[in-house]
Design a protein around this ligand. Structure first.
Ligand code: SOE
Length: 405
């Protein structure tokens, strides 16, 4: 970091949905929280010169480039923020860490366990030189989810029996939705499983403090062929296409549309998970419920400023799910925002993520979730795909079973 100016100079690679969310966070974090370092949005990187120049202007970046290697090599950049599709996470993160840059990398960490292992090893090696790294599982930074963890950690629901989590979307229900990168294994690694299933895996492990050890899963691809997007590169048409007005060329969907699995956690809980892009009518329906011996907590992203808490220790005549409005200053992250009852949104979780990252870098701490935490999520994703292929229970290889390096 630029010590003389107490600045943290960020270079971001990628500027689509996640790049826009991260840009909003970098723009606001110092205006909302009193932090020891001031973020400078130094540069944004993208492949197309005119598009990345427009993105720099729209999102508030001071400069732009089309070469991420140039960004990594600059000595006036302290942080590389990776907001690209998963097929480039490993190459960019490993180069950035080797160059002594702190790294924030979007989820899932990588497209394969092997890549995630290389990233986690590179992060551990860089740690010795004070280089910090974090994976961007933003939902753990929704205040109601962080409050869920506080209640569970305080024993308010007792021994955890059940973990129940779904992440439901419907943006590709239309078979004519084009074959975008999230539907290609070579770009995304997996489909709903890694894109949104990773979120509920991380969030439930974060809330419970327990890790998934064994699971039995299935995946499904409902629509196996889709029209190629305009200007597709690197794709071979599966059928059709051509200037004669025939049906647009199509390409094969090579990832899951939906994934379901049941699991055992290392603290004794049993769990069910569902991630799908075919839950017609559910736009971003992330729901988590944890049932314990003394009560339950339940979160629904469609009501993200609320948490339901059932306290079984209350007199039976008073029992029922208590709807906590999570907007009090004592609730996680909320002290910096609005007076009670006003609420916050999806984008605020990214500002909370940026705050935690900046505070950790300033303090010389390692932010969470680490690349090793994210590697463990990747191992769960891999186990679901192995189980789906075998049709049986499989063990989750654990990132934490290896001896600390
Ligand atoms: C698409 O499913 C997506 O943009 C995910 O990639 C994000 O992680 C999620 O927060 C919203 O939906």
């Amino acid at each position: 970091m630029s010590a003389q100016h107490n600045e943290l100079r960020v270079g971001m690679v990628g500027y689509a949905f996640m790049g826009a969310a991260h840009s909003q966070a970098w723009r606001t974090v110092n205006r909302v929280y009193d932090l020891p370092l001031r973020v400078r949005m130094a540069a944004v990187c993208g492949r197309d010169e005119s598009q990345v120049a427009a993105a720099a202007d729209r999102l508030g970046w001071q400069s732009h480039t089309t070469d991420w290697r140039e960004l990594v090599a600059r000595d006036d950049i302290d942080v590389i923020d990776i907001c690209t599709p998963g097929d480039s996470h490993a190459e960019i993160a490993i180069a950035a860490l080797a160059a002594g840059k702190h790294v924030l990398c979007e989820k899932p960490l990588a497209n394969t366990v092997a890549e995630a292992q290389q990233m986690a090893e590179a992060a551990r090696a860089a740690q010795a030189d004070g280089v910090r790294s974090m994976c961007g599982f933003n939902y753990r930074r929704v205040p109601a989810v962080a409050l869920m963890r506080q209640l569970v950690a305080a024993g308010r629901i007792g021994t955890i029996r059940h973990v129940r989590a779904v992440y439901l979307q419907d943006w590709i229900v239309d078979p004519d939705f084009p074959l975008v990168w999230r539907l290609r294994k070579d770009k995304a690694g997996s489909g709903a499983l890694g894109d949104i299933g990773a979120h509920i895996i991380d969030a439930t492990q974060f809330v419970t403090g327990q890790r998934i050890t064994r699971l039995n899963g299935l995946t499904e691809t409902f629509v196996t062929e889709r029209p190629l997007p305009a200007g597709s590169s690197g794709l071979t048409a599966a059928a059709g296409g051509g200037a004669d007005g025939a049906a647009p060329a199509t390409g094969a969907v090579t990832v899951d549309d939906a994934a379901l699995f049941m699991a055992r956690l290392d603290g004794g809980a049993i769990a069910s998970y569902e991630a799908t892009r075919f839950a017609t009518g559910r736009k971003n329906g992330l729901r988590i419920e944890i049932n314990g011996s003394l009560g339950s907590v339940a979160f629904d992203f469609e009501r993200m400023n609320e948490l339901e808490f059932y306290d079984a220790t209350r007199p039976s005549a008073e029992q029922g799910f208590n709807r906590i409005i999570v907007t009090e200053p004592e609730h996680p992250y909320l002290s910096a925002w609005w007076p009670p009852g006003h609420g916050i949104g999806y984008e605020h979780s990214f500002t909370h993520q940026a705050r935690d990252f900046v505070e950790a870098v300033a303090a010389g701490d390692d932010p969470a979730p680490s690349f090793t935490d994210a590697l463990q999520v990747q191992q769960v994703l891999d186990a679901v795909e192995r189980s789906a292929g075998l049709g049986e229970w499989v063990a989750v290889e654990s990132a934490f079973s290896t001896a600390p390096s």
